[in-house]
Design a protein around this ligand. Structure first.
Ligand code: FRU
Length: 504
């Protein structure tokens, strides 16, 4: 039985989504049907297809009572829109179906675990928002919330854990068939922790251990944890609120942190060994991963930032998009990210140059556009010549541009989208460290109309940025202070418009 709230949301989407032109959206990045989206949810493989749900408020381009939107794909690029999966229609989730995840049950049904939120006014007039973990079961299209909801609440928390900040379960199945989930929770010191819960059948859950805690070192509340083995290591990803900057590694506000370590499953003990930022751009938060049938760990994130999310173009009907899914690996103690290899199937019109001598500024014939996969490798023109900086100007016309600058003297990359078409003076510039490899720096840029994702040195650093630049600003140029040699490889990326006929 579909609740009235869910039917209403589905009807709203069906009525108004057709007014949104597909060419005004990214071509292969996920956006919501209409309205606002934030975190990716339930990113998982189900019956041979990849499903992605997302935090969704269809009724406006602002955050509101959270629903779960739903899309699926076979290739991470062409997404088929499915009916809205969850609405906040029960007492225990009346104020939102917050983030969560999905897994396949042994009987072939799909299990969703999400945070149900309900607010209660306190005696002193303040409002407390209680958060508890809930389940819904379905067939890949329609879902029914279970009678026993919520299945994890304040009574399941370790001593001192706050029931007001207890959210974002990420579930997975272990090889023995049992289920595990990591959930973010606020600890008595005011910062965050990641709790591990276990279940034999996916329906009955118990607290097992606290895997790691911020202790006020890496931000405060830890949102949206993910936990998985990768290349012989164990990865814990969290999205902390209220981060404080540390050099060029972490920036202020909401960030995403990767804790690399080892996991002793028998003891439920995670030992943290290295800590790094996941993405050095402005727009990246709350990532989630899945494992593909061929064993790849693929991550997708909300390509936005809470602190800048009030800034949107006049008249926008949709807000928020996901990153391109990225393949993760671990190399030399670092998390490495590269666009999914499926992207190669939509590349067209290759243009390539080798050893172009650049001094000053220049364009290259055939290299322009706003939907492309561009790799530029930069090295000094001779072993003895130094250059002070190299700049790649993108999405450019007389008025607009976004600039990627590399400075070899201090091994820093700067991305500056100040002139990227934004109506407000929000954060537009990020700097981060990137060491050259054999004297070269390799910048791979993916543009999809309203975003720029940068991968440095085959994924050692990634940086994501939303752009609001008019699509007519499509020129690209190269500039160096000093003499450099460039290799350039460019592909246009093909749009999928109209494939699923839903005006995505
Ligand atoms: C992270 C987050 C989650 C929460 C959701 C609400 O962006 O704050 O912790 O579940 O968004 O929409």
């Amino acid at each position: 039985m579909l609740s009235e709230k869910l039917q209403q949301a589905r009807a709203f989407e069906a009525q108004y989504m057709p007014f949104l032109a597909p060419e005004d959206r990214p071509a292969f990045h996920v956006t919501g049907g209409i309205g606002w989206i934030n975190d990716p949810n339930g990113f998982s493989c189900y019956q041979g297809e990849y499903h992605l749900f997302y935090q969704y408020h269809p009724y406006s381009t602002n955050w509101g009572p959270m629903h779960w939107g739903h899309v699926k794909t076979r290739d991470f690029l062409h997404w088929e829109r499915l009916p809205i999966a969850l609405a906040p229609d029960e007492a225990y989730d009346a104020d939102g179906c917050f983030s969560g995840s999905a897994a396949e049950l042994p009987d072939g049904r799909q299990l969703l675990m999400y945070t149900g939120v309900h607010r209660v006014r306190q005696e002193d007039g303040s409002i407390h928002e209680y958060q508890a973990q809930c389940l819904a079961v379905g067939d890949g299209v329609d879902y029914e919330k279970v009678e026993a909801n919520p299945v994890l609440s304040d009574r399941d928390l370790p001593a001192g854990g706050s029931p007001l900040d207890f959210r974002d379960p990420k579930i997975w199945r272990e090889e023995d068939g049992s289920f595990c989930a990591v959930v973010g929770n606020r600890t008595p010191d005011g910062s965050g922790a990641v709790l591990l819960f276990e279940s034999g059948d996916g329906f009955h859950w118990r607290y097992a251990a606290t895997l790691d805690a911020s202790c006020n070192r890496y931000g405060r509340m830890w949102e949206c944890p993910d936990f998985f083995p990768l290349d012989g290591r164990q990865v814990l990803i969290v999205s902390p609120q209220e981060m404080t900057p540390v050099g060029l590694e972490f920036h202020a506000g909401n960030g995403t942190v990767c804790l690399l370590g080892r996991y002793d499953r028998a003891q439920r003990r995670f030992t943290r060994e290295q800590v790094q930022a996941v993405d050095y751009g402005v727009d990246f938060y709350a990532p989630q991963t899945l494992e593909t049938p061929d064993g790849r760990r693929v991550m997708i994130a909300w390509m936005q930032n809470w602190d800048t999310s009030a800034c949107k173009p006049q008249g926008a009907r949709w807000f928020g998009q996901m990153t391109l899914p990225r393949e993760l690996t671990v190399r030399e103690g670092r998390l490495i990210q590269n666009p999914v290899r499926e992207l190669e199937a939509i590349r067209a019109n290759p243009v390539s140059y080798r050893n172009v001598m650049l001094h000053g500024e220049s364009n290259l014939q055939g290299v322009s556009g706003r939907m492309l996969d561009l790799t530029v490798t930069v090295r000094p023109a001779s072993p003895h010549s130094l250059y002070h900086w190299f700049k790649l100007h993108l999405a450019r016309d007389g008025e607009h541009e976004t600039v990627i600058r590399y400075k070899p003297e201090c091994s820093t990359v700067r991305v500056d989208r100040t002139r990227g078409g934004f109506p407000h003076d929000i954060v537009h510039v990020r700097d981060f460290l990137a060491a050259p490899r054999q004297g070269e720096i390799k910048l791979r840029v993916i543009l999809d109309r309203y975003s720029l994702e940068l991968f440095v040195n085959d994924g050692e650093q990634a940086a994501s940025f939303v752009l609001y630049t008019p699509l007519s600003a499509s020129s690209i140029s190269f500039e160096a202070d000093g003499s450099v040699l460039l290799d350039v490889e460019k592909y246009d990326l093909l749009a999928y418009e109209g494939c699923d006929g839903d005006g995505r």
